[in-house]
Design a protein around this ligand. Structure first.
Ligand code: ZN
Length: 231
């Protein structure tokens, strides 16, 4: 005779990238992992745990390594929602009276902060341009570590293709030396243009209508950032 094991519910969702996947809520084993880094300020640790938790709870439709960062964060928030509940309390500072008040956020409303950019192209001069890609969790981990200290290093996780009038080159197919040569040939303003393109991409976000209990000012706020959902 074997002991009874509880059946875990399964849910479907459509990810920001359009893929449909099946997932289950966090279980005690994932909660334990999350508790270990609840207070961590280390982005690398937080992203690592998010990826491993999502990987464990993603049942079919995609593999975690194929997902963009946004897809992974979207799933993480929904898994949290199904396991612990839809309500997360955050502290909001009123833009008018600047007093703080608690705001209850329904995280099942997770969406994207803005539409995807119409084009993924950044022209570097009249002839040469690059396309950039949506970051994976692994790329996000690397970018988080290098974006301030080493923008040149960051570029190679962002660029998908390099093209001119004649050809398109997949960045990942270039040799290490070719990648280095290309990145080092960029001017600072070209690097800046590429980084600015990245900012045009939406993030996972939850819109909330807030009325300030102190001065009755009304605001619509976008709640973003994984640290809000890691409880
Ligand atoms: Zn106020």
């Amino acid at each position: 005779m074997s002991i009874p094991i509880l059946k875990t519910p399964e849910y479907n969702t459509v990810l920001p990238s359009g893929r449909e996947v099946v997932y289950r809520p966090f279980l005690v084993k994932e909660e334990k992992v999350m508790l270990t880094i609840k207070e961590s300020k280390n982005v690398k640790d937080i992203l690592r745990v998010m990826k491993s938790v999502v990987s464990g709870c993603l049942l079919s439709g995609a593999k975690v390594d194929e997902l963009t960062y946004n897809d992974t964060e979207h799933l993480f928030i929904l898994m949290r929602c199904r396991s612990i509940g839809e309500e997360v309390e955050i502290t909001h500072k009123c833009k008018k009276c600047e007093k703080e008040s608690p705001v209850s956020v329904d995280i099942s409303n997770v969406g994207l902060s803005k539409p995807m950019p119409e084009s993924d192209v950044v022209m570097l001069n009249d002839e040469v341009g690059v396309t950039i890609k949506s970051l994976s969790v692994d790329a996000m981990t690397k970018v988080a570590n290098t974006v301030e200290s080493d923008p040149l290093e960051t570029i190679q996780y962002i660029v998908r293709t390099i093209f001119n009038n004649e050809s398109v080159y997949e960045f990942k197919d270039l040799s290490k030396d070719e990648k280095k040569e290309f990145v080092e040939s960029l001017s600072l303003s070209q690097v800046k243009n590429i980084m600015e393109k990245l900012e045009e991409y939406p993030r996972c976000s939850i819109k909330v209508d807030v009325t300030c209990p102190h001065c009755t000012e009304q605001e619509t706020i976008n709640v973003e950032g994984l640290e809000n959902f890691f409880t």
